[in-house]
Design a protein around this ligand. Structure first.
Ligand code: B12
Length: 268
């Protein structure tokens, strides 16, 4: 466990190279990547944040600690990600406009990739229109937005509005996260889900994919039903006209047969 303490200290003390070396060593010693992340890296960066809040640390120092954590995460990345053959879904992810914080969202991306999602990471300070373009370009199922500042989280709503304007809101599910974001806030801005950390984000992404599939199946069902009713209506009118004219009286049976066949298709 000593090595985990050293990694934690490495991030806090802004030792970029040393933290990376220690992370490699911990892996060689058999520590699991998730363990290194949860027991050393995340607690360390939280301490850095607390120190900044108390005025004991300045931005450049916060930067160096962040770099130390990012270096370690790059080493862990391939181990956290195992590539699936069929993507579980396509995700467009980014930190919203005006916000430079990307450690958390990178972590969410890594964990989503690990769970078999195809992730398109747009990086930081992403304006609403870039989210929209990316959704269109890759045919995304999910949009993930991250914000770490109370002053930038308002941009999440703007992205949702831009998706609506582009006529894409119905075809994607939107999930949001980041330290100042809450469940209530997600509801307020019309997002589909919120998760407090990377593992919860994976669970949420899977749930949203299931919802999306359910909705598209329902839509397909409604379309079949609509075309079945139209077909039935057309046939009935034809038959009635023909009945009236007393031409093809026997056609009523095939019409019923066709209707029940179509019902069977819809239910099947
Ligand atoms: C590192 C850091 C920085 C680094 C960022 C480097 C980088 N490449 O990311 C630097 C030095 C650049 C920085 C700058 C600033 N920072 Co800063 N920073 C932090 C710090 C210490 C850590 C953030 C972090 O990486 N946490 C670790 C990760 C793993 O956690 P996370 O981001 O919360 O992500 C998890 C979840 O939130 C969730 N999640 C995240 N995104 C998403 C997305 C989705 C879709 C989902 C589902 C889930 C999800 O899952 C993640 C993984 O578990 C925080 C303090 C803190 N403890 O949060 C302050 C903090 C966020 N910063 C703060 C401030 C004020 C600033 C500055 C304004 C300082 C300044 N005066 O210049 C600037 C702003 C720059 C800008 N325009 O963005 C404040 C924000 C206050 C507020 N409420 O608005 C904080 C809270 C510090 C503090 N205690 O005051 N910062």
């Amino acid at each position: 466990m000593m090595i985990l303490k050293d990694i934690k200290k490495g991030v806090i003390d802004m030792k970029v190279e040393e933290t990376a070396e220690l992370t490699k060593k911990a892996l060689d010693e058999g520590f699991k990547p998730e363990h290194i992340l949860k027991e050393a890296l995340i607690p360390a960066i939280n301490i850095v944040g607390d120190e900044y809040e108390r005025g004991e640390r300045f931005v450049p120092e916060m930067f160096l600690s962040a770099d130390s954590m990012k270096g370690a995460m790059e080493i862990l990345r391939p181990l956290l990600v195992e590539s699936g053959i069929e993507p579980a879904g396509k995700v467009v992810m980014g930190t919203v406009k005006g916000d430079l914080h990307d450690i958390g969202q990178n972590l969410v991306c890594i964990m989503l990739e690990g769970a078999g999602f195809e992730v398109h990471n747009l990086g930081v300070e992403v304006p609403a229109e870039h989210f929209v373009e990316a959704v269109e370009e890759v045919g995304a199922h999910l949009v993930g937005m991250s914000a770490l500042l109370t002053t930038t989280m308002i941009h999440m709503r703007k992205v949702i509005e831009a998706l609506k304007r582009a006529g894409l809101r119905e075809q994607v599910k939107v999930m949001v996260g980041g330290a100042p974001v809450t469940h209530d806030y997600a509801d307020k801005i019309g997002a589909d889900g919120y998760a407090p950390d990377a593992s919860a984000a994976v669970k949420l992404a899977k749930e949203l994919m299931a919802q999306l599939k359910g909705e598209s199946r329902q839509k397909e069902g409604k379309m079949y039903q609509a075309s079945a009713s139209t077909l039935e209506y057309n046939l009935r009118s034809q038959i009635e006209v023909q009945d009236e004219k007393n031409l093809l009286g026997g056609l009523r049976r095939p019409a019923h047969y066709l209707k029940s066949t179509m019902r069977a298709c819809i239910i099947g």
